[in-house]
Design a protein around this ligand. Structure first.
Ligand code: ATP
Length: 371
């Protein structure tokens, strides 16, 4: 197991003095032994470049990559003892599954006998339930089976780090879900510290111990799935995590006794100060509600005094026992995720409300979370 640390890691492609692209900007990330870190963010935010710097395929322009407190910037990729799994599987097409699995062991462990290698191949094949496929070539396997072999090839060497770059991107939606659970279980079983790149927030939320959310090469937040969802550090994180997206409206906030008074175009409401962790100055804000936190009925009926409003239903998208409802309200467009939607049709009027503890406030200028 390995404690991975990125200390001010930066990557500039091209000439830093002229037109260089800052792909990764002063990243500080600490991944304890055995943890599963997911690097999450939109296309081009620097996820792959970060992973490649951990793996030694890309050299940092500044900062240090450390394994167990030792700087590895100058250690070549093949000497870092990391295993990488990519979306294109990267299997050898002319070799059988058995040979694909055993190849790395043969190359790197001169002291292992053929019998020992065969035992380890069988052990890993059983772990991944691909024993029946050992004599097949990659071309005879489905995408999911190929990805299992690619995983097998990574774990067979018992590396000190696993690095995954969108390993499920080429699989269909159903298989992605199955495989991500398997990767999660496998990683917990073998306990090897892992870094995993994805732009899929659902995937990140289900497998990560910690998620590092990047935008424009900069770390926006490093936290557990629960923390990035419930306490997003800023507007970017709040919008990137959670589906459907958070509703956002302009507003202002001022103090009123032991509450903050939030004024919006079409509504105003109080947030008791006991619900707010830090004090903040009165300011222009963006007011956010997660679709999941909107409920039907008047706020006061539930003992809450958050914003309440009417919305005319525009579109209903059933998802299991709930539905995502898009509507027009006096705030503007609103998206709510609600139960009890049967019998609802476009044009119906809904009374909706949010409890004040579920209201998010962001500073309109800095976009930092205020509450
Ligand atoms: P994606 O999800 O699309 O793979 P990413 O978050 O992994 O994106 P990176 O591939 O790390 O992003 O790229 C980060 C930035 O660095 C992008 O602006 C990209 O164009 C740039 N970049 C990456 N590799 C190089 C390179 N070899 N030369 C120049 N620019 C590069």
């Amino acid at each position: 197991m390995t404690h991975l640390e990125l200390d001010g890691v930066t990557k500039v492609f091209g000439d830093p003095e002229k037109d260089g692209v800052v792909a990764v900007d002063d990243l500080h990330i600490d991944v304890p032994d055995g943890d599963f870190l997911v690097l999450l963010g939109p296309s081009g935010c620097g996820k792959t470049t970060t992973l490649r710097m951990i793996g030694g395929l890309e050299e940092p322009t500044a900062g240090e990559v450390q394994f167990d407190g030792t700087v590895v910037n100058d250690v070549k990729a093949r000497n870092r003892d990391v295993a990488m799994v990519f979306q294109d599987f990267a299997l050898y097409p002319h070799m059988t599954v058995r040979e694909n699995l055993g190849f790395g062991l043969k190359r790197e462990n001169n002291d292992m006998t053929d019998g020992e290698i065969e035992d380890r191949v069988t052990e890993v094949a059983e772990m991944l339930e691909i024993e029946e496929l050992l004599n097949n070539k990659p071309g005879q396997l489905s995408g999911g089976q190929q990805q299992r072999v690619a995983l097998g090839r990574a774990i067979i060497r018992e590396p000190r780090l696993f690095l995954f770059d969108e390993p499920l991107a080429n699989l269909d939606a159903q298989l992605r879900k199955t495989m991500r659970t398997e990767i999660d279980e496998l990683q917990s079983d073998v306990g090897i510290t892992s870094a995993y790149v994805t732009h899929n927030q659902e995937e990140a939320m289900t497998i990560a111990d910690k998620i590092a959310i990047l935008n424009h090469g900069q770390l926006q937040q490093l936290g557990t799935p629960d923390a990035v969802f419930n306490e997003p550090a800023n507007l970017f994180v709040a919008q990137f995590v959670g589906s459907p997206n958070m509703n956002l409206f302009d507003g202002t906030v001022g103090e009123r006794g032991d509450a903050y008074r939030v004024e919006m175009d079409a509504a105003s409401f109080d947030i008791p100060k006991r619900l707010v962790d830090t004090e903040f100055a009165t300011t222009d804000v963006l007011v956010g509600f997660r679709p999941q936190d909107i409920f039907q009925g008047r706020g006061k009926k539930r003992g809450a005094s958050g914003p309440s409003f009417d919305a005319e239903v525009r579109v209903i998208e059933p998802v299991g026992t709930e539905a995502v409802v898009h509507g027009d309200s006096n705030f503007g467009d609103i998206t709510a995720k609600i139960g009890g939607f049967h019998g609802l049709t476009a044009g119906d009027e809904l009374s909706l409300a949010i409890a004040p503890e579920h209201v998010y406030l962001f500073d309109a200028r800095t976009e930092a979370l205020l509450k």
